[in-house]
Design a protein around this ligand. Structure first.
Ligand code: ADP
Ligand code: ADP
Ligand code: ZN
Ligand code: ZN
Length: 749
């Protein structure tokens, strides 16, 4: 049996789906955004594989692993263990770098410990994460952080007036009480009048002080504010603190490159050890493309096996389009697409076979030039005997599939079925949306708009940008292109936004922080709906709010009960009290034109557009339908929306403005070819209403539809960072030395 068989899958919008996935082959899952691809591939296949794997552990181990609920399905046969290679960012704090996460640094250290001169020791002597190798000054971080007293103290205030500005040191906090109990200070004296001794006591003293605990005298440790701050916030691993606390800390500290190691993180002995004149620090700072070449010149026979394995792995980085990265680059600064490709490199070097690898849109962030390289790697994984599942929209990736499963026909309740399964050759003739877009590509735009003015970015030098000055026209669609690492994000997200902060960024990140937020609350419609209900029933509008006394008391208006289990993923179950309706029964008895508030929130945007003629609601409901969210329910929690759906909810709230500048970074992520057509129509409307839109893209359909193109390059990293073309799509066709021009020429040929 060489097929995985899934029977009766019903997660989210899936309609009792039965599919077969061939083993040791590449299967691409495609379909419009919201059709149900993730529900099938991640929520069903990957989740079930994980659950089955956990079942194989002993009860003792199982009790310590996260619990995976059984996906809603009838049966699965022949599943392999799954490895999900997703776009979650790697994070990992400043000790995690491209080199550490790919294990390349470990091999490099081994090489230096064997053949480096002068000889230093074993390989730990080259590790900045090991006391034997780390710079003693910065403990291997490459940076030193110190408390910034100017930010921390307000010298014009007394302690009672809150002179210590960090919130944990303000009057009434525990730390403040220690200062007060010490008897060292006049709490009403401004710091500016402190004597030297008082300053010492305030900032640096370490001693014992008598305090009174519920009538019993005790000795407590006293430490000055600087010592305390260092111990609590600087000398510890702050990654375990909340993002909010870390942000607060950042306001009070200054960071600079470590003066002892100059950022190299290693101690002197490790820094001085060399192979053919190169230190491990030099090699770690080199871009991968250059590193492969240097490694190729190493001739010492003792190091040969290590050099070979280094060339193989660093070569994989280059092959996958990450040749512009260096080993010392911190993983926390990588984009989602870059993170995914790094994970891929890790797996490519492993010897596992008979696994199931699952990729989520691996073409994200990749220029057309590099998609061919990605394909090579996917085939390599397959040829090692693995089963490769890919959720993807890119024509060039779909092209290499052994098998295609097309989900649709459309999104949400209008999707959730397998509308085609077969080979690419068969797909091209299939009567599905994907088939249609595989057959015909969008044409190159000819009658472009003229800009109404310009927004200048002057002397941009962030990251690899080489003092770039460029004019972005207003009143048109400008597309910024270039291979990965050429500097598109640096130019737009950093330089342009810094010089033009009035621009609005529309991204795919989740909208709204609260788990109670929904399209109705995010777009502001909920206020109007509440007041309509209140007027019709002569009661208070507050009754119809999820966080009021009208909400179901059992689930606090969530409709779902979350059970927190220590050390495990929480469990979710529908609230039995309100049966997921989220409100008290007496609130549900109040009707508006025959419908309860729960029924209204369960309407799709399309149904609501018919139900609410009100002028305050019509435009936003129409806009939701116009951006293709006709199927979305008003009350669906925003946390369950896909990236593409989030992006469109944001676009819907912007659709009727004018004179605004919008910035979008790879807005086609997660979008099917037909969704891209739709997105282009929406952008067209924004522009025709007098707005300016700037888009970072590598998708050829978007590039061909630009009014103006700014191409960066020619290559990534130090080989990029320059504007190599500015002009219209027609002019681009004739541009030389541009990978983008070459890709567009091939596309229209
Ligand atoms: P795709 O991966 O094809 O973009 P998804 O599988 O993410 O689509 O989503 C399919 C549909 O199910 C979408 O309409 C989405 O909004 C909906 N959906 C996804 N997750 C949930 C959830 N947890 N609760 C309710 N609806 C969901
Ligand atoms: P693109 O958006 O075209 O893929 P980027 O602007 O992200 O390119 O990157 C341009 C160059 O700047 C690359 O060499 C990249 O490695 C480098 N770079 C980007 N972000 C950072 C960062 N946070 N720290 C160090 N280098 C960075
Ligand atoms: Zn140092
Ligand atoms: Zn409830």
């Amino acid at each position: 049996m060489d097929r995985i068989r899934i029977v009766g899958a019903r997660e989210n919008n899936l309609r009792n789906v039965t599919v077969e996935v061939p083993k040791r082959a590449i299967t691409v899952f495609t379909g419009v955004s919201g059709s149900g691809k993730s529900s099938l591939v991640f929520d069903t296949i990957a989740a079930e594989a994980q659950r089955q794997l956990n079942e194989t552990f002993t009860a003792f181990a199982r009790a310590r692993l996260p619990k995976y609920g059984q996906p809603d399905l009838d049966s699965v046969d022949n599943l392999s263990a799954a490895i999900v290679v997703d776009q979650k960012r790697l994070g990992g704090g400043s000790r995690s770098t491209v080199g550490t996460i790919t294990d390349i640094s470990a091999i490099l250290r081994l090489l230096f410990s064997r053949i480096g001169q002068p000889h230093v020791g074993h390989s730990n002597a080259f590790s900045f994460n090991d006391p034997q190798g780390m710079c003693p000054e910065c403990e291997g971080l490459g940076r030193t952080t110190t408390l910034d007293l100017d930010a921390f103290l307000d010298r014009s205030r007394s302690l009672n007036e809150g002179a210590l500005l960090h919130p944990d040191f303000q009057p009434s906090t525990w730390y403040f009480r220690m200062f007060a109990a010490s008897g060292f200070f006049d709490l009403d004296k401004p710091l500016s009048q402190y004597s030297d001794e008082e300053w010492h006591n305030l900032l640096h003293a370490r001693t014992k002080i008598p305090i009174d605990v519920q009538g019993a005298p005790m000795n407590a440790a006293y430490e000055g504010a600087v010592e305390k701050f260092n111990r609590l916030f600087i000398k510890r691993d702050t990654s375990e603190l909340s993002e909010r606390s870390r942000q607060t800390i950042r306001r009070f500290v200054t960071e600079r490159v470590c003066p002892a190691c100059d950022g190299a993180r290693l101690n002197e002995a490790a820094r001085d050890c060399r192979i053919d004149g190169h230190s491990i620090v030099d090699l770690s700072a080199m871009e991968a493309t250059e590193l492969v070449e240097v490694l190729g010149t190493f001739r010492d026979p003792v190091g040969a096996p290590m050099v070979e394995s280094l060339i193989d792995r660093v070569g994989n980085l280059v092959t996958i389009g990450l040749g512009y990265l260096s080993l010392d680059r911190e993983t926390a600064t990588l984009s989602g697409g870059e993170s995914q490709r790094i994970k891929m490199v890790r797996h490519l070097s492993s010897a596992l076979t008979e696994m199931m690898y699952i990729f989520d849109e691996p073409s994200v962030g990749l220029h057309a030039r590099d998609v061919a390289r990605l394909n090579t790697l996917l085939r390599k994984l397959r040829d090692k005997g693995n089963t490769v599942l890919v959720v993807e929209h890119d024509r060039d990736v779909i092209d290499i599939a052994d098998h295609v499963i097309d989900i649709g026909p459309r999104a949400g309740a209008h999707g959730g079925a397998v509308v085609f399964a077969g080979t690419v050759a068969e797909l091209v003739d299939a009567p599905t949306l994907t088939g249609r877009y595989m057959r015909h590509k969008l044409p190159l735009k000819t009658g472009v708009r003229q800009g109404t003015g310009v927004m200048t970015v002057a002397d941009a030098a962030v990251h690899n940008l080489k003092k770039v000055t460029v004019d972005v026209p207003t009143g048109v669609l400008t597309v910024v292109t270039g291979v990965a690492g050429s500097g598109k994000s640096s130019l737009v997200n950093e330089a342009f936004l810094a010089q033009h902060p009035e621009a609005i960024v529309i991204d795919q990140s989740a909208v709204g922080a609260s788990i109670r937020s929904s399209p109705a609350t995010y777009t502001g419609m909920m206020d109007e709906i509440r007041s309509l209900f209140a007027k019709a029933n002569k009661v208070s509008p507050g009754l119809f709010s999820f966080n009021s006394k009208g909400a179901c008391p059992a689930c606090q208006g969530l409709g779902i009960i979350y059970t927190d289990l220590a050390f495990m993923d929480g469990l979710k179950s529908a609230c039995e009290e309100c049966e997921g309706q989220r409100f008290r029964p007496e609130v549900l008895r109040h009707k508006l034109r025959g419908r309860s508030i729960a029924e209204v929130l369960d309407m799709t945007a399309e149904e609501a557009a018919e139900f609410f003629p009100e002028p305050k609601l019509q435009p936003i409901l129409r806009a939701m339908v116009d951006v293709g969210l006709d199927y979305l329910r008003l009350g669906q929690p925003l946390s369950t929306l896909s990236g593409g759906e989030c992006q469109r909810v944001k676009l819907a709230t912007e659709l009727y403005k004018s004179g605004t500048v919008y910035v979008m970074d790879e807005p086609t992520t997660g979008l099917h070819m037909s969704d891209i057509k739709h997105l282009l129509d929406i952008i067209e409307r924004l522009v025709s209403q007098g707005n300016s839109v700037i888009v970072i893209e590598h998708n050829l359909d978007v590039i061909k539809n630009a009014d103006w193109i700014i191409d960066l390059g020619p290559e990534g990293g130090s080989g990029g960072g320059q504007v190599i073309f500015e002009g219209t799509p027609e002019q681009l066709l004739k541009a030389e030395h541009s990978h983008t021009a070459a890709a567009v020429r091939r596309d229209v040929a």
